[in-house]
Design a protein around this ligand. Structure first.
Ligand SMILES: [Zn+2]
Length: 296
């Protein structure tokens, strides 16, 4: 019995000692609490920043693009009404300044040229115009399309395409810095004479690279370029030159008793314009109440 009491006393006293020890370290903690909090928040913001940066590296411009896919160069996606593309941190894809073909419709071949061609020699270094992540590294085959090509998605929202390369220096999903060599100039694909086919895309849609880059002076056209959905690049089929014109689509909601000619007259456009803007509408079309008819 006596020994049990002794043990109890020892246990209780050691528990009391423990309590003292805990409260002492708690005191220490309290003393260090304030600067520690500051340190923690600093660490937090650094790690948060690093995390966000990693995220940007993982999926550049993911606020614009619904997915990351290595499949297609061009695609349709809902684009914002306007978007400011930051051009500041650029590097010219090649030091060559000779433009051998411009963007736009080529009447002779009856097709649209989605990019701009620059003279390069086989083996010339081709650099990524901005930092970003390599989305596509593919070969369209001998005498076909781009031949060996690369598509990079950038943090400024743009994508750039580099075609007719002789060699790739990067792989898909690789992060590249602005100016990093990504390939070597060549003559692969549908190409006569070595050149770089350079394309600039915004959310799957080509933009004339000359609107962004001044190839002759090896510079960008400004610190930024504002993409506007309501602005259409119209190619003059006779000259092949690109005109930028407003093309904000406007719609008329059909009300009871209205005809296409009444709607055309109301908005001061011709019936043929209405037919042109609305696929499937013709002189025999019956209108529904509430139907949207585009008139501009
Ligand atoms: Zn081309």
């Amino acid at each position: 019995m006596e020994t049990l009491r002794k043990i109890k006393t020892i246990v209780i006293s050691s528990l009391a000692l423990c309590a003292v020890a805990v409260s002492a370290s708690a005191q220490d903690l309290l003393v260090e609490q304030a600067p520690l909090d500051k340190q923690m928040s600093l660490v937090d913001s650094i790690s948060l920043r690093r995390m966000l940066l990693n995220e940007a590296h993982l999926f550049p411009s993911q606020e614009l693009y619904p997915e990351w896919s290595n499949a297609r160069v061009h695609f349709e996606v809902e684009r914002p009404d306007s978007f400011r593309i930051d051009l500041a941190d650029f590097v010219m894809p090649t030091t060559n300044t000779k433009i051998t073909d411009i963007y736009g419709y080529r009447p002779r071949r009856r097709r649209v040229h989605n990019g701009l061609d620059l003279k390069v020699q086989i083996g010339d270094t081709i650099r990524s115009a901005f930092s970003g992540k390599v989305r596509i590294v593919k070969d369209q085959g001998r005498r076909r399309g781009y031949g060996k090509y690369i598509v990079v998605r950038h943090e400024n929202g743009l994508e750039t395409v580099y075609g007719h390369l002789s060699k790739w220096l990067v792989t898909e999903d690789q992060y590249v810095k602005a100016g990093e060599p990504i390939g070597l100039g060549g003559n692969t694909g549908r190409s006569t004479g070595s050149h770089l086919h350079f394309e600039t895309l915004f959310m799957g849609k080509p933009i004339d690279p000359a609107l962004l880059f001044d190839f002759v002076n090896q510079d960008v056209t400004g610190d930024y370029y504002v993409y506007r959905k309501a602005v259409r690049q119209v190619v003059d089929k006779a000259t092949g030159k690109v005109k930028v014109e407003s093309a904000e689509a406007k719609y008329h909601k059909v009300r009871s008793g209205e005809t296409l000619s009444k709607i055309a007259k109301k908005h001061g456009v011709s019936l043929s314009t209405i037919y042109k803007l609305n696929k499937g509408l013709n002189s025999r079309s019956k209108l529904r109440i509430g139907q949207s008819v585009r008139y501009n």
